[in-house]
Design a protein around this ligand. Structure first.
Ligand code: IVH
Length: 661
C-alpha cells in the first residue's frame, strides 16, 4: 500500500475487527502473535505519522500515561437502580401488578444480573466519546480514558440507522480468572486483597493511570440503550441490534412468554451460574415491549417495568478437617477451619473463619463434620451450618492455652473472643509490626508482611521502633534480599518519618483505635503528650470516644513499655503532633482555578488545598468563567487547547507558588 494514511486506516480497521472477534465473539481469527505483529506495525506508523492516527485506533487500548483527573459529570438521564427481591412470590406480585396496570399478558426479557460496576457510555458519530460511572445516579465520574482500555467495548461501531448521538449502559466486570490472578499478585506483594470481583472492578475503573487499568483484564456487557432514540419496538430486538453494531451483549438473555418461563430461567441460572466465568448475583426481568414500558413508567428510583430477582449467596458442603487457632496482633484468638478443598464462587476454598468459641458451640461445629460453606461480601468464606455430624464426633473443646506461647487464655466480660495476655507473644509482635507498616498506617510499602516476619524471625527487629535502627547491610545478609530491595526498604522506612500524627497514632495499634478514631483523637488532643496524660473524663469529651475506647487508651499508656516505645519513635523523628493548617489568606478570593496534571513539589490534592486556604475555588472543567489554569506535567492536550481558545491565564507550579507565596 503506497499511501501511509490508507495503510493506517486499513490496519486500524482490521485490528479492530480482530479485537471484536476475540473479545466480543470469543472467536479469534488470527493468533496472538500475528495480532501483536500488526499492532506493532500500526503503532510504529502512528508514531512516525501522528497526523493520521484514527480516533478508534486499537493502540488507545493500552492506555495513556496521563494521570486521571476524574471530573464529576452530570448524567443526561439519571442512572436508576432496580427494585430487587429474593422472593419468587414477589416476582409473582410484580407480574400481577403489570397485568393489572396494562391489562395484557406481557412478554419478559430475562437477563443475567452482572455483578460489577455499571457504566454509561456515549457514542457520537459512531465513535466512543465518553464513559461515566454511576456515581450517585445523577452525577458520576468521567472515566473515559480508563474505559477506552477495555477491549470488548467498541471504539467505533458500524451498522444501519445508528443515531448520531446516543448513550448506552452496561456493567463492567472482572472475570474470575483475572480476579484470582490479581489477588495472587497482591498477596505476593503483601497488599490487601480484593474481597470479590465487584470490588476489584470498582477499584480498577478508578485507577489513576489508564495503563494500569489496561492490565486489569476488564470486560463489559451492555444491557440498556438510553433515551428517546428508539431503534426497535422492544428491548429484546434493541439488544440484538446493539450486538450487530459491535457491542458485547449477553448470549444468555431469553425472551419469556409467561411467568412460568421466567421461573424456569431463574431456576436454571441459580444452579448454572456456578459455571459462568464471572459473577452474577441474580436475574433481571424486564417487560419487553417499549409501549408497555412507557405505560408503566418509573418511580423516583426504579423503572416500574423491571425487577431484579437476587440469588441467595452460594453455598457448598465440604468436610471440616481440623481447626487452627491464630493469634492476632491484639492477642485475640481466631479459630480457623481447615477444609477439604472445594470450589465456591469462582475460587477454591481451603480455609474458613470460625469467628470465636461462641460461634463454634452455637453451631456445634465438630472436626470431621460436613459443613455448609458460604461466601458473603468478604474474602474469607464462613461456615454457616452443619450438614451432618461425623459418626464418632465429639463437641469441639476450645483451646485454653495460647498456641504460640502457651500462656493461659483470658476473656473479658461481655467479649466473645479469648485472648493471649502475653504482650511478648511472637505472633502478636509480628502482627503489630505488620499493622504498623500497612498502607493506611505508616505506609512502609516496600516492606511486605512476609519480609517483616522474616526480619523478626532473624532478630533484626523486636518491635516497631527497631525498624528505624536497621541498616542496609543487615538486610542484605538475609536470604533472597537484593541490594536494591534493601535500599528501597530503608528509603521507605525513612520516608515514613513524615507520616502525619493521626496515622502514627493509628499505626501504634492501640485496641479499638481505628483510622477514624485516631484522626478524631489526634485533632482533639493535638499531640501525644496531651493524649498520654488525658483522664477518662477528658477522653470521653472527644468526639466518638466512649467508655470502651477511653479505657483501652488509658490501659495502653499505663504500660511503661509502650511509653518507652513512643519515646524511641519520637527520638527517631516520627510525627507526634498535629501540623496546624497553613495560614489562610485572601489572595485568591473570588477566583475559579483549575489544577491539572502532575506537579514536582506538591500533589494535586495539596495544591487544591492551598487554593482553598487562600480563598480560591477549585473547579474541574474549563469554562469562560475560569480565572486561572495551573498547569502541571502531562496536562491533557484537549484541556490545554480549550484553555488557550478561551484565553485563560495559564501558569506553572512555580509561578502559582510565587503568586500566593
Ligand atoms: S438494567 C433502568 N440489566 O444492576 C434499568 N441492570 O440494581 C437499568 N445490572 O445499576 C438497569 N445486570 O448496574 C440492568 N442485565 C442487567 C443488569 C443490570 C446488572 C446492574 C446495574 C444496575 C443495577 C440495578
Amino acid at each position: 500500500m503506497e499511501n501511509i494514511e490508507d495503510k493506517i486506516i486499513f490496519l486500524t480497521e482490521i485490528l479492530n475487527q480482530h479485537n471484536y472477534n476475540y473479545y466480543v465473539l470469543n472467536n479469534p481469527a488470527i493468533s496472538d502473535f500475528e495480532f501483536d505483529k500488526l499492532l506493532e506495525e500500526l503503532s510504529t506508523l502512528e508514531k512516525k505519522y501522528p497526523e493520521f492516527v484514527q480516533n478508534d485506533s486499537p493502540t488507545l487500548r493500552v492506555g495513556n500515561d496521563l494521570s486521571n483527573d476524574f471530573k464529576t459529570t452530570a448524567h443526561e438521564y439519571p442512572m436508576l437502580s432496580l427494585g430487587n427481591t429474593y422472593s419468587k412470590n414477589e416476582v409473582t406480585d410484580f407480574h400481577n401488578r403489570i397485568l393489572r396496570e396494562t391489562e395484557v399478558e406481557p412478554e419478559y426479557v430475562c437477563e443475567l444480573k452482572f455483578d460489577g460496576a455499571s457504566v454509561s457510555v456515549k457514542y457520537k458519530n459512531n465513535l466512543f466519546s465518553q464513559a461515566v460511572t454511576r456515581g450517585d445516579g445523577t452525577q458520576g465520574d468521567d472515566i473515559t480514558e480508563n474505559v477506552k482500555t477495555i477491549k470488548s467495548i467498541p471504539l467505533s461501531i458500524k451498522g444501519e440507522n445508528i443515531p448520531d448521538n446516543f448513550e448506552i449502559r452496561g456493567e463492567i466486570i472482572m472475570p474470575h480468572k483475572i480476579f484470582n490472578l490479581l489477588n495472587v499478585e497482591k498477596q505476593a506483594k503483601g497488599e490487601q486483597l480484593f474481597a470479590n470481583p465487584r470490588n476489584a472492578t470498582s477499584g480498577s475503573i478508578k485507577l489513576l493511570n489508564p495503563k494500569d487499568v489496561a492490565k486489569r483484564g476488564l470486560d463489559c456487557y451492555f444491557y440498556y440503550m438510553m433515551g428517546n432514540k428508539k431503534i426497535a419496538n422492544n428491548h429484546f430486538d434493541t439488544i440484538k441490534i446493539l450486538s450487530k453494531w459491535g457491542f458485547k451483549t449477553s448470549e444468555h438473555s431469553r425472551l419469556c412468554k409467561s411467568l412460568d418461563e421466567v421461573f424456569e430461567f431463574i431456576n436454571y441460572w441459580d444452579l448454572e451460574r456456578k459455571n459462568l466465568p464471572y459473577d452474577t448475583d441474580g436475574v433481571v426481568i424486564k417487560v419487553n415491549s417499549f409501549e408497555l414500558q412507557d405505560l408503566l413508567g418509573f418511580t423516583a428510583k426504579n423503572p416500574r417495568w423491571a425487577i431484579a430477582y437476587k440469588f441467595k449467596a452460594e453455598q457448598v458442603i465440604t468436610k471440616l478437617l481440623s481447626i487452627d487457632y491464630q493469634v492476632g496482633r491484639t492477642g485475640a484468638i481466631t479459630p480457623v477451619a481447615n477444609l477439604e478443598p472445594v470450589f465456591l464462587s469462582g475460587s477454591t476454598v481451603r480455609r474458613a473463619t470460625l469467628h470465636n468459641a461462641d460461634q463454634i458451640s452455637l453451631l456445634d461445629i465438630r472436626i470431621g463434620d460436613d459443613v455448609y460453606l458460604e461466601k458473603g461480601g468478604e474474602i474469607i468464606p464462613k461456615i454457616v451450618g452443619i450438614a451432618k455430624h461425623n459418626d464418632n464426633s465429639k463437641p469441639t473443646e476450645f483451646i485454653i492455652n495460647c498456641p504460640a506461647c502457651g500462656s493461659k487464655l483470658e476473656k473479658n466480660e461481655g467479649e466473645a473472643r479469648w485472648f493471649c495476655p502475653n504482650s511478648d507473644c511472637p505472633p502478636q509482635i509480628v502482627g503489630k509490626i505488620q499493622h504498623f507498616i500497612s498502607r493506611k498506617a505508616m505506609n512502609i510499602d516496600s516492606l511486605g508482611d512476609e519480609t517483616a516476619e522474616l526480619f523478626f524471625n532473624n532478630g533484626l527487629i523486636k518491635n516497631i521502633a527497631d525498624l528505624y535502627l536497621i541498616n542496609k547491610e543487615q538486610i542484605v545478609l538475609l536470604e533472597r534480599m537484593a541490594d536494591k530491595s534493601a535500599e528501597n526498604i530503608i528509603n521507605s522506612i525513612n520516608n515514613s518519618k513524615s507520616v502525619s500524627f493521626e496515622k502514627v497514632l493509628f499505626a501504634l495499634g492501640i485496641r479499638f483505635i481505628g483510622e477514624t478514631v485516631a484522626k478524631k483523637l489526634a485533632y482533639h488532643f493535638k499531640n501525644i503528650d496531651n493524649l498520654i496524660i488525658a483522664t477518662k473524663e477528658e477522653l470521653i469529651e472527644a468526639e466518638e470516644i466512649g467508655d470502651k475506647i477511653a479505657e483501652s487508651i488509658i490501659c495502653y499508656f499505663k504500660d511503661q513499655e509502650n511509653i518507652e516505645l513512643i519515646n524511641k519513635l519520637k527520638k527517631q523523628g516520627l510525627q507526634f503532633e498535629i501540623v496546624e493548617e497553613e495560614k489562610k489568606s485572601d489572595k485568591l478570593i473570588g477566583k475559579s482555578i483549575i489544577i491539572s496534571g502532575t506537579f514536582n513539589n506538591f500533589s494535586r490534592e495539596e495544591l487544591k488545598k492551598i487554593v482553598e486556604n487562600n480563598g480560591g475555588k477549585n473547579v474541574s472543567s474549563i469554562s469562560k468563567n475560569t480565572d486561572l489554569f495551573v498547569m502541571g506535567e502531562n496536562t491533557g492536550p484537549a484541556k490545554l487547547q480549550k484553555a488557550i481558545s478561551l484565553n485563560i491565564k495559564m501558569i506553572n507550579e512555580q509561578e502559582f507558588l510565587e503568586m500566593i507565596n
